[in-house]
Design a protein around this ligand. Structure first.
Ligand SMILES: Nc1ncnc2c1ncn2[C@@H]1O[C@H](COP(=O)(O)OP(=O)(O)OP(=O)(O)O)[C@@H](O)[C@H]1O
Ligand SMILES: [Mg+2]
Length: 303
């Protein structure tokens, strides 16, 4: 299964959430490839805490591989190479392999057919090798998004299962931006259609992830009653806005709560962090639930 992580805006939590979902999937026994298609700023190496790969690799990153400049694609075994002892020595994971970006990489200026062909071939091979292939795309209507849409419309990749996740924060601007990315004039659906996707089918394969959502009822941070009432009112208004922009609950894969650890540091939330009373249990649960729903066919029934 191919999973494409997208967002209209930057800083939505797309990479942090995708890496945590990748971790939870491999914890549940599935083999996972994490492919860093954020050509301008690859961050997965830092998230998995792999020395020397924090900002991508010098040779064989995804960007140079797709350009035909590198013969072989770099791959990193996350558990073997991570500096994070608790991840290395923690519960057994199924194979979790990072395909890092290039250090100092940039967005593609062209989307020529050779790049798309290479991308199609690469995704096809990874899809055969791994149960789940998560592709972290650059934000917005990027070349990465366009190449992925084009490649997945091509035979034989078109016949494989592809799912699209759109990440957004729980604010007015983010809701409207996420809706625009999918339904807008030059959005995902229109772009996909131009490459030969069936727009209805493509829409069925899209779900939204609401990230870092504050809990209006939380007393955790000594929230005052007036604040709680105000937050609750905003939350209701945002739900309405989401509904009227086709981002309502039925299209949502899940929500991640505001997590203090992630406000301070981009990382994988391990159960060890929860057991040490550092990370909130709800956060670990949210990632586990996202992972579960992502691979559950019931989530993807026709709406
Ligand atoms: N649930 C959460 N609670 C609090 N902070 C979060 C949460 N999820 C992500 N963050 C933080 O939000 C910031 C942006 O996250 P991330 O880098 O994953 O976003 P992105 O959409 O991949 O950004 P970019 O477009 O730059 O690649 C990071 O500092 C991250 O730690
Ligand atoms: Mg990112």
């Amino acid at each position: 299964m191919l999973v494409f992580s997208t967002s209209d805006k930057g800083g939505t939590g797309r990479s942090v959430t995708s890496c945590n979902v990748a971790y939870r999937l491999s914890l549940s026994g599935l083999t996972v490839a994490y492919v860093d298609f954020d050509f301008g700023s690859p961050t997965a190496g830092a998230l998995f805490e792999i020395s020397g790969v924090e900002r991508g690799v010098v040779e064989g990153g995804v960007h140079s591989y797709l350009l035909g400049e590198a013969g072989t694609l770099a791959r990193v075994d996350v558990v073997a190479k991570t500096d994070r002892a608790a991840l290395r020595r923690g519960p057994r994971l199924s194979r979790l392999t990072l395909f890092p970006g290039d250090q100092g990489g940039a967005e593609f200026l062209s989307r020529d057919t050779q790049i798309v062909d290479r991308c199609m071939q690469l995704l096809l091979e990874l899809e055969q090798e791994f149960k789940v292939v998560i592709v972290d795309l650059s934000a917005g209507r990027s070349a990465a998004l366009e190449i992925a849409l084009h490649a997945t419309a091509m035979t034989p990749l078109h016949a494989r299962t592809a799912r699209w996740l759109v990440f957004h924060r729980w604010t007015r601007q983010h809701i409207l931006a996420a809706s625009g990315l999918v339904h807008g004039k030059h959005g995902l659906l229109k772009m996909g259609e131009a490459y030969g996707h069936d727009a209805t089918e493509l829409l069925q394969s899209i779900r939204y992830v609401r990230t870092a959502v504050a809990d209006p009822t939380s007393r955790r941070n000594g929230q005052r009653p007036a604040q709680a009432a105000w937050l609750d009112e905003q939350d209701k208004a945002l739900r309405q806005l989401a509904n009227s922009n086709e981002l309502g609950a039925t299209f949502v894969l899940g929500t991640t709560p505001m997590e203090p650890v992630l406000q301070w540091r981009e990382q994988i939330i391990l159960d060890a962090d929860v057991n040490a009373n550092i990370a909130n249990e709800e956060t670990a649960q949210a990632y586990a639930e996202l992972a579960r729903r992502l691979v559950d066919s019931a989530t993807w029934r026709r709406l």
